[in-house]
Design a protein around this ligand. Structure first.
Ligand SMILES: O=C(O)c1cc(=O)[nH]c(=O)n1[C@@H]1O[C@H](COP(=O)(O)O)[C@@H](O)[C@H]1O
Length: 271
């Protein structure tokens, strides 16, 4: 999916919500455990309930890899079930020497046909470029992450006066374009959004950390939006585990709708 189509979907749905499919077999309602593939049964119900309000889905690979071969099968079935007009993100946080990155890219873009994959930038340009070689696909590079540990390295000031994540944004934007690269910026870093937008005005930002991690959707929207919206805001646990009972899908849908309605207001105010 290209940038114009993504923006068109955002305008049509009045939403920049990404639903995180972080499906933990230990947290799904017990009545699903008798299904042949409980993880897929859960995801299918969540997708049915939220597709109207979401412009992206982001399965986090850890939740599937932890289940071995069965997990990979659940992931593939989930990806195939997501409506084709919705952007898909393989949250895999990959990156290796170029030769190996090329194979990671093939895994997510060819074998599995995701629209995008999250990539760690710290092995440098030759570790990221192989992902960018795939026409029509996207790299979502870790910029400033939402967790407390982002202070350990990403926020350190370097001799140049820039913080490490600022240098990542400066240097890496020369590797791709706003049409094939996005950045992860955590919702918990709302104070930094204004300054980050000056550095990368055009790129889409994938913003995890609202909901369970406490990030503020209003501040993210106010300081992070650009003329093409430029935001995909993710919530995983806050939506998919809104209820642990038989009404889990209905409650997930209600939660997604609540966020979508807030987003519609911010699109009106800040776009
Ligand atoms: O790359 C990510 O998606 C990501 C980056 C980041 O800085 N922080 C972050 O929470 N994430 C992911 O976003 C999701 C957040 O989940 P919830 O906190 O349950 O909404 C998880 O899949 C995380 O792995």
């Amino acid at each position: 999916m290209d940038r114009a189509s993504l923006f068109a979907a955002i305008q049509k749905k009045q939403s920049y919500l990404c639903v995180g499919l972080d499906t933990d077999i230990q947290k799904i309602p017990s009545h699903l455990l008798k299904e042949k593939d409980p993880v897929f049964a859960f995801n299918k119900a969540i997708i049915d309930a939220t597709a109207e309000y979401a412009v992206a889905y982001k399965p986090n690979l850890a939740f599937y890899e932890a289940m071995g071969l069965a997990g990979w099968e659940s992931l593939q079935k989930t990806l195939d079930y997501i409506p084709k007009d919705i952007f898909t993100i393989a949250d895999a946080k990959r990156g290796d020497i170029g030769n190996t990155s090329g194979l990671y890219a093939r895994a997510f873009f060819e074998a599995m046909n995701f629209d995008s994959v999250t990539v760690a930038p710290y092995m440098g340009e030759d570790s990221v470029k192989p992902f960018l070689a795939f026409e029509g696909k996207w790299v979502i590079l870790l910029g400033l992450t939402s967790n407390a540990g982002s202070e350990d390295f990403q926020s350190l000031k370097m001799a140049s006066g820039l913080r490490l994540y600022e240098q990542v944004l400066e240097t890496s934007q020369l590797w791709g374009t706003p049409d094939n690269m996005m950045y992860v910026i955590g919702a918990t870093k709302a104070q930094q959004f204004g300054e980050i937008r000056k550095r990368i005005p055009d790129h889409f930002l994938l913003v995890p950390g609202v909901g369970a991690q406490g990030g503020d959707l209003r501040s993210v929207s106010q300081y992070g939006m650009n003329p093409q919206c430029g935001l995909l805001v993710n919530s995983s646990r806050g939506i998919i585990y809104a209820s642990s009972g038989a009404d889990f899908a209905q409650k997930a849908g209600e939660e997604a709708r609540k966020i979508q309605q807030e987003m519609a207001e911010y699109l009106h105010l800040f776009l």
